[in-house]
Structures are given as structure tokens and as C-alpha cells.
Write a protein that binds this ligand. Structure first.
Ligand code: ADP
Length: 474
């Protein structure tokens, strides 16, 4: 099968979050399943030179956006069995940073159209065009409106993955005609509640819509989770489903991870101790065997930081330690730093983004706390489990699908969970985890259950292939 995977970021070239992880790992997994998979993304200024210097120029064309005529070049790089195409346009992409500009709507409308137009330059006309999130979500609609009458494009099927429905590419309605160039007959498809909405255009136009966990696929039918799009999704439930993300099990491997003080596996758990001691010293907490709770997270309301702050003093009176690594809203950053100054022996708050320290926390903490308000899939709990840090999570989205509540009667389960978005329910789950930690043998059992869960991409890649096949056979 020929698949073109369009995304606004992809590891290892450029990444700001979960989408970048998925766009890095899923294509590699699809390639090892024997698919002809190619990835297309913008050629940002921030893509490191070591990749840029290896790219080969394939050709260029013009892309029309309303009345604008813009240059689009295609560069190519082959890596790990996957062909990557980079869309070159210096006016839109030669800037520091990748999102957050006043003209993001125009930049990504250009990207979506260039994905289609550049097929004539690369010569790669896919069976399935797989777009991701709002930044490429306009492509299925543009395909229908501007390209279907060309024979090479006539049979391309389309699929949209929603990684987080909060971000929809909302803009003033004016852009629908002026920038997207859509005729009156199709303008309504890109409009929602009086604004332009790029994600909604994708949901309406794609043959299939997938989210990154089965539970999130159900949750986004509900106004609490859907950020206003519940009606659109309810009407299109017939083409909506969920496929769990995996993690890169080569990159996230406690036996190989160079950031750790001591490498270990499920068979050599005793070695893990050195990681706890090393972490405690590094972050300025006293070395001891009390339970150490870790968090590696964006500091935003999505991640349940409000719940944490509501009961943090109840947590800190327990005989334990807490380390939080994160960046985000200044109000959370300040509150955590202030608390860390008040409880220097119990709480360490590191306001920074550090993959190295993140690994050390996954390997050195006993418990991993992730009380998200909503969580499309979540990668952190999967990494934590692989490193033997037992997750305490709220039962939402991918957290519900990946963490099995511990059952003391039969010793099954991989973590501790709570249902309602309520600080005291979270506190109760933390207390249950801490009490269980006291029983060393029981705790080891949960750790090995968590570490033996399979978070690899293999199964998910096969699930994606089934979906591709289903839309091709329509
Ligand atoms: P989201 O994409 O919503 O932020 P995920 O759990 O899906 O949440 O993915 C988060 C990823 O980013 C994980 O790999 C996590 O380790 C990493 N991460 C989050 N915050 C930090 C940080 N401050 N430093 C290093 N890595 C971080």
C-alpha cells in the first residue's frame, strides 16, 4: 500500500509534543510491516543542519492560496526505511519556532495544499493520504475541491488522526475564501459556529477519522471533552474509532538508556535503586527509601495540576517525596516553586524541559502521578511503566486504556486509578499506592506487571493498516 503521512512535526527532525512522537514512530513501524510509507512535513528553519545537509532537492511548483501564488519546493531524505519529503517555502517556514505566529492559519493552509500539489513533483500519488491534527486537516477537503478531476488524484482515500481535539485551527471566517480559496459551494464545510475551523473541515471530508485511544474516541462525543465539536462528531460516529499510540521501545529502554545512573531490566530490578539514589542527590532531596513520586508533564490544566495543588500539602504530610519536572503556565510554575522552597526535603520542582532528567525520573521514581483532566492517549504513563515506575492515573482517554487497576486479591494490574476529576479521589489513589509500596513483595509484583505490558507500535501499526484497507475497499 502507498501511504502519504502528512504532519506538522516528526521526530527526530522537529518535535514539540505527542504528534511529533507519533509521526516519528508510526511510519517506521508501518515501513517494517512492508508498507510504502512516506512522510511530508514543512522545512522549518529549526530542523538541524545535520539533516538539512543530507536532503536532496526534487523540484518545485506553485501553490495557489486564494489570490496568492506561492513557491513550494520539495526536498527528500531517506532514513530508517521511510522516505521524508520536506516542503520548502521560506516566507512561511524560515522562522525560529514552529507554531504561534499571527498567520498560522495561512501557513498551514499552504502546507495542506502543498502536500497535494507536490505530488506532481515527487511523483508519489498515494492510495491513502493520512493527515494529522488541524495543521494538515484541510488537505482532504482541498483534494475534493481542487484535485479530484485529475486522474492521478481521483482515487486517493483520506484519513485524519486527531491527537488533541482542543486545537482546531480556528480563525476569522474571512480566510475561508481569501486564503483557503474555497468556493461558496464548499465554504460551509470549513466553517463552524461563525469561524473558520480547519479540524472540522477534516472531520467532515476524510473517509475515516481516528483518535489516539478507543476511550478518547468515545469521550469526544461528549461536550465535556469535545471543545465544541461534539455535534459534528456525533453525526459522523460511523467513521470514528480509536487506535492506541505506542512508544519507541528502542529509545525508551531502561537497559540501554544512556541518561540513567544504572541500566536495568525487569530481571534486574535491584539495580534500579542506584537510579533513585542518584536522582535524589541530583535534585537535592535526602537519600532514603521512602516512596518517591515523580511527574514529568506540561504544567497546564489538562494535566490535572489543579488537583495536585489542591491537596499537595495532604500529600506532603505523608512519609514520601515528590519530584515534578515541567514547564507551562506561569501560575503553576510559581506555585510549585514556592511550595518546593517551603518543603525542601520533600518536594523538588524543576521548571525546565530536559529529556535527560525526564529519563532519570522515570527510572528513579517509585510512583508516577498523572491525574489528567483529559488525555487523548498519553505517552508518559507508558514510558513510566516500561521503566518500572508504577502509575497513578485518572481513568480518562488513553490512561484508562493502558493502566489496569491493581487488584490485591489476585495480584493483577499495572497501577492505581481513580475515576472522578476530584482532588480527594486522587489523594485516595495516592494513599493506596503509598500503602501498597510498604509491602515490598506486593510492590515488586506490580512493577513487573507494569514492565511486562507491551507498549510497542507493532500492534497499533497493524491496526492502522486494517483501517487503511477498510477505506480502500469502500
Ligand atoms: P502531551 O503530548 O500531552 O504533553 P504525553 O504524555 O503524550 O503528553 O507526552 C509527553 C512527552 O513529553 C513525554 O515523552 C514526556 O516525557 C515529555 N515531557 C513532558 N514534559 C517534559 C519536560 N519538562 N522535560 C522533558 N520531557 C518532557
Amino acid at each position: 500500500m502507498k501511504i502519504l503521512f502528512a504532519a506538522s512535526e516528526a521526530d527526530p527532525f522537529i518535535k514539540t509534543g505527542g504528534l511529533g512522537d507519533v509521526a516519528g514512530a508510526l511510519p517506521r513501524a508501518l515501513a517494517s510491516e512492508g508498507q510504502d510509507i512516506r512522510v511530508i512535513l514543512p522545512l522549518y528553519e529549526d530542523i538541524p543542519f545535520k539533516y538539512r545537509e543530507k536532503m536532496v532537492f526534487l523540484g518545485a511548483t506553485d501553490v495557489w492560496l486564494g489570490w496568492r501564488r506561492q513557491y513550494a519546493g520539495a526536498l527528500c531524505l531517506k532514513q530508517d526505511g521511510v522516505t521524508y519529503y520536506f516542503v520548502d517555502n521560506e516566507y512561511y517556514f524560515k522562522r525560529r519556532g514552529i507554531y504561534g505566529f499571527y498567520d498560522d492559519g495561512e501557513r498551514f493552509a499552504f502546507f495542506a495544499k502543498a502536500v497535494l500539489e507536490l505530488m506532481s513533483v515527487t511523483g508519489f500519488y498515494p492510495d491513502v493520504l493520512h493527515v494529522n491534527d488541524w495543521q494538515s486537516a484541510l488537505a482532504p477537503l482541498m483534494l475534493d475541491v481542487f484535485y479530484r478531476d485529475r486522474s492521478e488524484y481521483a482515487n486517493i482515500r483520506t484519513m485524519l488522526t486527531i491527537h488533541n481535539i482542543e486545537f482546531q485551527g480556528n480563525m476569522d471566517k474571512f480566510v475561508i475564501g481569501d486564503v483557503f480559496g474555497l468556493p461558496e459551494s464548499h465554504a460551509k464545510i470549513a466553517e463552524y459556529k461563525g469561524d473558520a475551523n480547519m479540524l472540522k473541515a477534516g472531520i467532515e471530508s476524510a473517509d475515516k477519522v481516528v483518535t489516539v485511544s478507543p476511550t478518547y474516541a468515545k469521550e469526544i462525543l461528549d461536550p465535556y471533552f469535545a471543545y465544541g465539536l461534539e455535534h459534528i462528531l456525533q453525526e459522523r460516529q460511523y467513521k470514528l474509532s480509536g487506535i492506541l499510540n505506542g512508544i519507541d521501545t528502542v529509545k525508551y529502554d531502561p537497559l540501554k538508556d544512556k541518561a540513567l545512573f544504572q541500566n536495568y531490566s525487569a530481571k534486574s530490578l535491584a539495580r534500579r535503586k542506584k537510579n533513585k539514589a542518584g536522582l535524589q542527590t541530583l535534585i537535592g532531596l535526602p537519600q532514603c527509601d521512602k516512596p518517591l513520586i515523580g511527574m514529568v508533564t506540561r504544567l497546564t490544566s489538562q494535566k490535572g495540576i489543579d488537583l495536585l495543588l489542591h491537596v499537595i500539602e495532604d500529600i506532603l504530610v505523608m512519609d514520601l517525596q515528590l519530584v515534578i519536572l515541567g514547564t507551562g503556565d506561569w501560575k503553576y510554575e510559581n506555585a510549585l516553586q514556592e511550595l518546593a522552597a517551603r518543603y525542601p526535603k520533600k518536594l523538588a520542582a524543576i521548571i525546565s524541559f530536559s529529556a535527560d532528567l525526564a529519563s532519570k525520573i522515570y527510572a528513579g521514581s517509585d510512583i508516577f502521578l498523572m491525574p489528567s483532566k483529559y488525555e487523548p492517549c498519553g505517552l508518559s504513563q507508558l514510558i513510566a511503566m516500561r521503566y518500572g515506575s508504577v502509575p497513578v492515573v485518572r481513568e480518562t482517554g488513553g490512561l484508562k486504556d493502558t493502566v489496569i487497576p491493581y487488584n490485591p486479591t489476585d495480584g493483577t494490574g499495572t497501577g492505581f486509578t481513580f475515576k472522578t476529576y476530584n482532588a480527594y479521589d486522587m489523594l485516595d489513589a495516592v494513599r493506596r499506592a503509598v500503602a501498597t509500596y510498604e509491602n515490598g513483595e506486593e510492590w515488586k509484583k506490580i512493577m513487573s506487571n507494569a514492565m511486562s505490558a507491551d507498549p510497542s507500535w507493532d500492534k497499533s501499526a497493524r491496526d492502522y493498516i486494517e483501517v487503511y484497507k477498510s477505506i480502500l475497499n469502500k
